[in-house]
Design a binder for this molecule. Structure first.
Ligand code: PLP
Length: 400
């Protein structure tokens, strides 16, 4: 009998962590690597958020925080849901965790068990299926192709729903594709969900503010108020305010599930650090202009990377509508031979080829449930995007 529990075989470590490990190895060998793998914006934490933490320390108010978040934290989330989406949640319908990731984890662990299914449109954030499996459930992956901008069509949703379906896990703007559903597209999915009252919606809105070309963000409970009672609206400060390291996420939803999530947290991490909550409250309730500035800056970098990737032989991509990534098709490179003789059989080979031959790190599409693609993050300094883009073009041109 081994020391590890059987549940440890039900999920994989995060693929971006595996890619980062390989990058570290090459760097240790002295190679310069251009990293187009970042999953976090690179702006400084807003000054008023830093100041809120200094004030908290001056008041020496750093104690165990309530399991579901301080009252001020839940009020800040309440204000945000109302201000940005017109949604009202009572304070006892709101909880806070160490990141949106923990919110999603708690929600799935609190509700999913053997026999339960969760529908996940692919390409998807790598963690969703693993979290469902860890909880004992079955991920039902719905493949959404580039021909529909990687978005799920209503008929695909209808087909995936069974009597075992517990959740639709929904993310717009999406990691890894940037696909952003319009209110009309969400409406069409909502019409399907209305026919199946046993299906709940776990909506991951973490990329809400990273949305381009003047598009408007909407969330499910806002688009269809009849879904409010079976939707958990999840969000966090990581991407909106470039505050990944603070670790704060929050959710509004049905009290029964929110209570269960807090109960789970009471026997694991306990309440989120008081420091993170103070910073998060200031970010959420403070001036929001900074968010628009970040988005405008990222939009310029998106355009630059799109121009570079679109010009590479054998690659094809669409301009992403949101998030911070281009999900690029590398079908034109598959089956080709690299100068060192290796044949590119799949997107993992292609990502490794880019890393080894020209020192550019991207993440292979298979990690997100769709091949042959790769994810290139445009959160990188502009000079890295230009240099990295030129090197990718060079590597593609060298394939025969
Ligand atoms: N959801 C998606 C789709 C993400 O891409 C990420 C981070 O990369 C998260 C959630 C985690 O966010 P947080 O930092 O708030 O835990």
């Amino acid at each position: 009998m081994g020391i590890l529990a059987p549940r440890m075989n039900r999920f994989k470590p995060s693929p971006s962590q595996i890619a980062s490990a390989r990058v570290r190895e090459l760097q240790a060998e002295g190679r310069t690597i251009i990293k187009l793998t970042a999953g976090e914006p690179d702006f400084a934490t807003p000054d008023h958020a830093k100041q809120a933490v200094i004030d908290l320390m001056d008041r020496n108010e750093i104690w165990y925080a309530p399991i579901n978040g301080t009252q001020q934290m839940r009020e800040a989330a309440q204000l945000k849901f109302k201000r940005d989406h017109g949604l009202h949640y009572d304070l006892d319908q709101i909880t806070a965790s160490a990141g949106t990731k923990q919110i999603l984890f708690n929600a799935l662990m609190a509700t999913v068990g053997p026999g339960d299914e969760a529908i996940i449109p692919a390409p998807h954030w790598a963690s969703y299926p693993d979290m469902v499996q860890l909880a004992g459930g079955t991920p039902v992956i719905v493949s959404c192709g580039q021909n529909n901008q990687f978005k799920m069509r209503p008929e695909q949703l209808e087909e995936a729903i069974t009597e075992k379906t517990k959740w639709l896990i929904f993310c717009s703007p999406s990691n890894p594709t940037g696909a952003t559903y319009s209110p009309a597209e969400m409406r069409a999915l909502a019409d399907v969900l209305l026919k199946h009252p046993h299906v709940h919606i776990l909506t991951d809105d973490v990329y809400e503010h990273l949305i381009y070309d003047g598009r408007e963000f909407s969330t499910f409970a806002q688009v269809e108020p009849k879904l409010y009672d079976r939707t958990i609206t999840c969000n966090g400060i990581s991407k909106a305010y470039s505050m990944t390291g603070w670790r704060l996420g929050f959710a509004g939803g049905p009290k029964e599930i929110i209570d269960a999530m807090a109960k789970l947290q009471s026997q694991s991490a306990s309440g989120v650090s008081a420091v993170a909550q103070a910073a998060g409250i200031a970010a959420i309730t403070g001036p929001q202009e900074i968010v628009r500035e970040h988005t405008a800056n990222l939009q310029r970098r998106r355009d630059l990377m799109f121009e570079k990737l679109s010009a590479a032989d054998g690659l094809s991509c669409d301009l992403p509508e949101g998030a911070m990534y281009i999900f690029c098709c590398c079908a034109g490179a598959i089956g080709k031979r690299a100068p060192d003789g290796r044949v590119i059989e799949n997107d993992t080979d292609f990502a490794l080829y880019l890393l080894d031959s020209v020192g550019v790190a991207v993440v292979q599409g298979v990690a997100y449930g769709l091949s042959p693609y790769f994810r290139a993050s445009f959160v990188a300094p502009e000079e890295d995007i230009i240099k990295g883009g030129d090197l990718i073009q060079e590597a593609c041109a060298a394939l025969t």
